[in-house]
Ligand binder design. Structure first.
Ligand SMILES: *Cc1c(COP(=O)(O)O)cnc(C)c1O
Length: 403
């Protein structure tokens, strides 16, 4: 770490792409170019006195990887610098990040309000887990600002939503909902997975906490699970850090290393995927057999104006509906020869899923229709393939929708 002064690991003048390559680097005495993977559970002390000082937090350094680790710290620092957050804590998965940010802060008698269009496991945390611990929960239509206002109670402690939502790509007005929260002393958590940190800056729009499943676009190549919570130092150290240290949903140093390298290529991957997605969304809209295309970058998205205001790109996710309901969708999915069926997303490989029978099959038909999930809806996560090959595959598959 001898070159720290001459070569800082953070420079406020850096543009985003530079921060994602150089931000947070700490080098060992070997002076390695690429970030070191410190795959270790523990750390040794030079003396009993040093161990004592380390535990009293008088000596900087690490004690045990559940508490912290140099590779995990580099990942946290890089993401924090890029996001413009005061602090970041990495977690084992995206769900660990969501759980940590809610349960570390709320207690019995509190109340949480969440948009009902939530990733399945997030909905479980809010709807099922929180009430088991005496935390009341209200689900609202995230698009409806009056619904957020009406849901506020004296004991409301948190607002939680994702935008764009999974899978119907509905948007929530981040600035407007955060203002309602702030006016009432409520903290807002935004799940920013679908937009990625490249396309949406919730903290700048007034959010208090941003959570990621880094499993998705931050890894970007379908390898490791991971999560992150970002926000003010006070919130992160007082609540999230203590929760992660004591209850144990820490990120593996190996996964942190993969994510750290993933951040380096995030801007070029997201840019390429957005360009491909815009072309594929337009192609789908022109195909016979496709009845609807939902893409935040298209002028026919029901909230196109809001998309233009808070997302400088349409993203990498497309939802589309085909004729013939479930049968039509299954025919289309089974005819694909390049794009693979998987409920995952944010990979270099384009992936499709049929939400009604997979990620959202546990909801009642009424709940699905409330969320805009029809039996003919297909969710598509765009990867890094050549757009022409994706277009050919989809064109051929959609031809099979009607038999
Ligand atoms: C995948 C995902 C999660 C959960 O992340 P894991 O890493 O799978 O735990 C949460 N929210 C959204 C929007 C997701 O896409």
């Amino acid at each position: 770490m001898a070159d720290d002064e001459q070569f800082p690991s953070n420079n406020p003048a850096w543009r985003p792409a530079t921060a994602l390559v150089h931000g947070g680097v700490t080098r060992s005495d070997w002076g390695e170019t690429s970030e070191a993977l410190h795959l270790t559970q523990g750390f040794v002390y030079k003396s009993a006195e040093q161990a004592e000082a380390r535990f009293k937090q008088e000596d900087p350094g690490f004690q045990y990887t559940r508490f912290g680790n140099p590779t995990i710290s580099m990942f946290e620092d890089r993401l924090k610098i890029f996001e413009g957050a005061e602090e970041c804590r990495a977690t084992a998965t995206g769900m660990a990040a969501v759980t940590a940010s809610m349960l570390s802060y709320m207690r019995t008698g509190d109340h949480v309000v969440a948009a009902r269009a939530l990733f399945g496991s997030c909905r479980y945390i809010v709807e099922t887990l929180c009430p088991r611990f005496g935390i009341e929960a209200t689900l609202v239509d995230g698009k409806d600002l009056d619904a957020w206002r009406a849901a506020v109670r004296p004991n409301t402690k948190m607002f939680f939503f994702e935008t764009p939502s999974n899978p119907a790509l509905e948007l929530v007005d981040i600035a407007a909902v955060c203002k309602i929260a702030r006016d009432n002393g409520i903290l807002t958590i935004v799940d920013n997975v679908f937009a990625t940190p490249m396309l949406q800056r919730p903290l700048a729009l007034g959010a208090d906490i941003v959570v990621y499943s880094t499993t998705k676009h931050i890894d970007g190549q379908g390898r490791c699970l991971g999560g992150a919570v970002l926000g003010k130092s006070e919130f992160i150290t007082k609540y999230v850090q203590e929760w992660v240290r004591q209850t144990g949903p820490s990120m593996s140093p190996f996964n942190a290393w993969v994510m750290l390298k993933g951040l380096e290529t995030l801007p070029i991957r997201v840019k390429a995927q957005c360009e491909t997605s815009a072309k594929i969304a337009d192609l789908l809209a022109g195909l016979k057999g496709v009845t609807r295309v939902i893409y935040p970058g298209r002028a026919d998205h029901p909230q196109a104006a809001l998309a233009a205001k808070q997302m400088p790109g349409g993203g990498q996710m497309i939802a589309f509906e085909v004729e013939g309901g479930k049968q039509g969708a299954f025919r289309c999915l089974n005819a694909l020869r390049l794009i693979r069926l998987s409920n995952n997303l944010g990979d270099a490989k384009s992936l499709v899923t049929h939400p009604a029978t997979t990620t959202h099959f546990k909801l009642t038909p009424e709940q699905r229709s409330e969320l805009g999930i029809s039996d003919g809806m297909i969710r598509l996560s765009i990867g890094l393939e050549a757009v022409e090959d994706l277009a050919d595959d989809l064109t051929n598959a959609v031809k099979r929708v009607t038999g």
